[in-house]
Design a protein around this ligand. Structure first.
Ligand SMILES: Nc1ncnc2c1ncn2[C@@H]1O[C@H](COP(=O)(O)OP(=O)(O)OP(=O)(O)O)[C@@H](O)[C@H]1O
Ligand SMILES: [Mg+2]
Length: 332
């Protein structure tokens, strides 16, 4: 199989959604963290983090299991308390302004516990009664495309519908800031895309979003800024392109061969890294530019009369960057 994947993901998305990503953000600060730290006994789960998030900005916290994402967002949500540091939400402080913050902030947990034998509508009515926002139930149903499911027991919802109901609950009081902890983990691509579309239309209304995720394409597609987290620290931040550029991430050619070959003194201009495993007859080249280096590689194989089994050409991804920075994969 010869597979040339060389288009950035955004080129594959419907144009309408792409244009929605060009919302201008305000320079007013929605959330400010100063040196936030949280320890669990000897483990520092969140380590002196600073962050400013602007109104209207969509931020992704991307990192592997145990990176500290949930610990961090739960402190912003007022669910957990930092050991030290300062959290300001729209200039307000959890200690002094709890009621005001609760009006402005909506969130959903990594796992949402729902009551099985009540319907979607009854669930929303129940949560709306806590907020005294009964009139917003229809808005929340519509915003998350759950109208047709309003009389379904929550136990009978699909994974994607459950996540949309969790989102619906978080939206009941029309918050200015939304925090979602892995809203699409375990969902199939269609269900994931439905959530993305909902979050896209909420961006039009000026919502500020923090989203934790393990999926780089989700971070890339939805968010203005990506914060890569590992062991309680931000280890890189920026847009996907700026992250890859800043870290001098080039492009990658992966291949396998029909017959083995000794790559002795294999080197040429533009080749940053080369690896070949004789056992699997496969390897990769990290190059500055595929277009100029691929012909050199193919010519070399041809001169040795070697045939390709597989060839994949692609841009480096956040996953490659993460591996370079930490020696671990994002999904590890
Ligand atoms: N209540 C707790 N008591 C002790 N340790 C905890 C507690 N909560 C989290 N931790 C530890 O803190 C670290 C960060 O956990 P956290 O849940 O924030 O990671 P995460 O990035 O959300 O991971 P995941 O992607 O798996 O959800 C982990 O090592 C975890 O075991
Ligand atoms: Mg988590």
């Amino acid at each position: 199989m010869i597979f040339l994947y060389y288009k950035p993901l955004k080129n594959k998305l419907p144009k309408k959604l792409i244009s929605q990503n060009n919302i201008t953000m305000s320079n007013e600060i929605a959330i400010e963290l100063k040196s936030i730290t949280k320890k669990f006994k000897d483990l520092t789960a969140v380590n002196k983090l600073d962050l400013k998030i602007f109104k209207g900005e969509y931020i992704a916290l991307l990192g592997p299991n145990g990176a500290g994402k949930t610990t961090l967002v739960e402190m912003i949500e007022g669910v957990g308390k930092p050991d030290s540091g300062e959290i300001k939400i729209l200039g307000l402080d959890w200690k002094k302004n709890e009621t005001e913050i609760k009006q402005k902030l909506g969130f959903s947990f990594q796992e949402t516990k729902l009551i099985d034998k009540i319907t979607v509508l009854e669930t929303l009515n129940l949560f709306a009664s806590f907020y005294k926002k009964q009139e917003k139930v229809n808005y929340a149903l519509l915003a998350t495309n759950l109208e047709s499911k309003k009389n379904t027991f929550t136990v009978n919802l699909s994974g994607g519908q459950r996540q949309r109901l969790a989102l619906s609950i978080a939206l009941l009081h029309e918050p200015e800031i939304l925090i979602l902890d892995e809203p699409t983990t375990g969902l199939d691509p269609t269900a994931r895309r439905e959530i993305w579309n909902i979050l896209f239309s909420l961006k039009q209304k000026g919502l500020t979003l923090i989203l934790t995720t393990h999926y780089m394409e989700e971070a890339e597609y939805l968010c203005d800024r990506i914060m890569i987290m590992n062991q309680g620290k931000f280890i890189a931040e920026g847009t996907l392109d700026s992250l890859l550029k800043k870290n001098k991430m080039g492009e990658r050619i992966e291949f396998s061969l029909k017959t083995n070959l000794k790559f002795e003194k294999f080197s040429f201009k533009g080749l940053k890294k080369f690896s070949y495993d004789e056992k699997t007859k496969s390897g990769f080249l990290e190059v500055i530019d595929i277009v100029s280096t691929l012909p050199i590689f193919l010519k070399f194989l041809s001169s040795k009369k070697i045939k390709l089994e597989n060839l994949i050409c692609r841009k480096m991804t956040l996953d490659d960057l993460f591996l370079n920075l930490t020696g671990r994969r994002l999904d590890a």
